[in-house]
Structure formats: structure tokens, C-alpha cells
Design a protein around this ligand. Structure first.
Ligand code: NAG
Ligand code: NAG
Length: 270
């Protein structure tokens, strides 16, 4: 079975595909992404910090949400630097900050938002909990009220993408035979991008690999992923298709027993 990745970047549609039962009788899954990246779990948050707006020259009559938001942002930075071990990579970035619109008016509320990333579901859950505590706690210090929204419906927590060791062996074998082992980089560096393929990996053994697509005969610099100038080098497509086809046939041949078990279960259900 082949499936494309719908709304990979934000919609977490892998979760919807899974929930719809599309992978119920699948024993393993391989995925491919152009450009080298090994992705990680991530989540997003948005908080609204409410105070009481007023004249900027009469702060004593207001409850200033800008101060509460900035205290919150500074304190959030402690979570990764002081709470995560130095060898446990985590990222917490506040990328969104919306306050008032005038030079002389204290706004009623401020919105902050950002993303957090980690290498395990536990670390992600812990970060999530602490983000809420810190924002609400810091708002309270300055008499503001805050609520934090983790957009669980629109942008559910992406689990970390971690390779399955058995499938890794299959992959190295197949890719080595197909394109030569020197063209297979099996020690790619971990990075903090996020990937919804990880939802599949929580349900069944999964393996995600990347396919280089730089044009070796061109001296032009290649635009990165997510750039509007990115150009797909279609010369790479046959390699990707051949890898997928060989992985499927090789895996099905090697794991005949698993296949028989799943197919048997499937027919039993009919
Ligand atoms: C915060 O919430 C409490 C309880 O609902 C309310 O009494 C107070 O006025 C609120 N403060 C602000 C700044 O919104
Ligand atoms: C790769 O670059 C060469 C040299 O610029 C060019 O002639 C060729 O069309 C490029 N190939 C693709 C697939 O873009």
C-alpha cells in the first residue's frame, strides 16, 4: 500500500489516517522525505494574558499585561536551560508576541505563542505542563490572569520520530544493494524539526528516511525546505520510487510469517 502524507506540516493528518483505520492491517511502514532531516517530537502553545488596559501615563490605574507577558517569556527560557539535562535536547521558542497597538495605551491583553520540542513523549508532556504553570504563575505575580491553549485539535502534540532498529537493518541492506552503501548515510545527525510520520510509528514499526536531491552538476545554491524558491530535482524521483518498491518486496519476503499472521487476522475479521 502506498500513501502520501496529507497536511504533513501542520495538520497532523497522519493521526486522522490512523484513526480512520487505514493502517489496521499493516505490519510495517517506510516513509521518505527529500533532504536530510531526522525529525523530533513537537508541540505548540498560545497564551492570552489578561490585565486591565489604560493610559500609559497612569500605570497605577491599570494592570499591565505587557509586563506579565515579558516576565512569562523570560521565565519560560529557564525550563530548557535549568530543567532539562544538558544531554537531553529540548527547544522552547516564543515566536509570537502580540500586545497593544498605540505608544500611550496599556493594552487589555497580550497574546504569546511558540513551539516546544523534545526527544521523548515524556519530556514533551513535562514541558507542556511546565509551560502552562509558568505562564499562569508569572501572570498572577503581576495580578493578571492567563490561559494557555495547546491547540490539541488543530495541532496535536507530534511524537518524536525514532527509527525502528529492525527496519533500519532492512533499510541499510536494501539501500546498500540498490545505490551502494557509500551513498547511504546511516549516521545522520538528530535535528529538532517535527514530523507527523511519528504517529504511524506509535502504532506500527516504522522507518523514515531522507533522499538527497542536490543537483551535483549545478553550482547554484539550493534553496532549503519551506523556502518559496525550493525546486524539486526530479532526477531523484526514480531513486525514491525504487527504494520504496525494494523495501516493500524485501520486507515482505523476509517477514513472511508476520505477513501471514496479519493477513490471517484480516480474513478472520471478514
Ligand atoms: C482574574 O480573574 C478573577 C477571577 O475570575 C477576577 O476576579 C479578576 O478580575 C481577573 N483579573 C483580570 C486582570 O482579568
Ligand atoms: C542540473 O544542473 C545542470 C547544470 O546546471 C543542468 O543542465 C541540469 O538540467 C540540472 N538538472 C536538473 C534535474 O535540474
Amino acid at each position: 500500500m502506498i500513501l502520501f502524507q496529507p497536511a504533513e506540516e501542520g495538520g497532523a493528518r497522519a493521526k486522522k489516517i490512523l484513526d480512520a483505520g487505514a493502517l489496521d492491517n499493516v505490519i510495517a511502514i517506510f516513509g521518505l522525505h527529500v533532504k536530510p532531516e531526522i525529525p523530533i517530537g513537537s508541540g505548540v502553545f498560545e497564551a492570552i494574558i489578561r490585565g486591565k488596559g489604560g493610559h500609559a501615563a497612569l500605570p497605577q490605574l491599570s494592570i499591565d499585561p505587557v509586563m506579565a507577558a515579558t516576565n512569562g517569556i523570560i521565565s519560560l527560557q529557564n525550563l530548557v536551560s535549568r530543567k532539562a539535562g544538558p544531554l537531553d535536547p529540548q527547544v522552547l521558542t516564543v515566536a509570537k508576541l502580540q500586545g497593544g497597538a498605540a505608544f500611550d495605551v496599556i493594552p487589555d491583553y497580550v497574546i504569546i505563542g511558540g513551539t516546544f520540542r523534545a526527544l521523548s513523549r515524556e519530556a514533551l508532556k513535562h514541558l507542556k505542563q511546565r509551560i502552562e504553570q509558568v505562564i499562569i504563575g508569572q501572570a498572577a505575580v503581576l495580578r493578571c490572569n492567563a490561559s494557555v491553549n495547546f491547540l490539541d485539535e488543530e495541532k496535536p502534540l507530534y511524537p518524536p520520530t525514532i527509527k525502528n532498529d529492525d527496519l533500519h537493518k532492512v533499510f541499510v541492506d536494501v539501500a546498500g544493494n540498490l545505490i551502494g552503501i557509500y551513498n547511504v548515510n546511516i549516521d545522520m545527525q538528530t535535528d529538532m524539526a517535527a514530523e507527523d510520520f511519528a504517529f504511524y510509528q506509535e502504532a506500527i514499526p516504522g522507518y523514515y528516511f531522507t533522499l538527497g536531491m542536490k543537483n551535483a552538476s549545478s553550482i547554484e545554491t539550493v534553496a532549503p525546505l519551506h523556502s518559496p524558491y525550493l525546486v524539486i530535482n526530479e532526477d531523484g524521483l526514480p531513486y525514491g520510487a525504487a527504494l520504496h518498491a525494494s523495501l516493500a518486496t524485501d520486507y515482505l519476503t523476509k517477514y513472511k510469517q508476520d505477513v501471514a499472521r496479519v493477513v490471517g487476522k484480516y480474513h478472520g475479521q471478514l
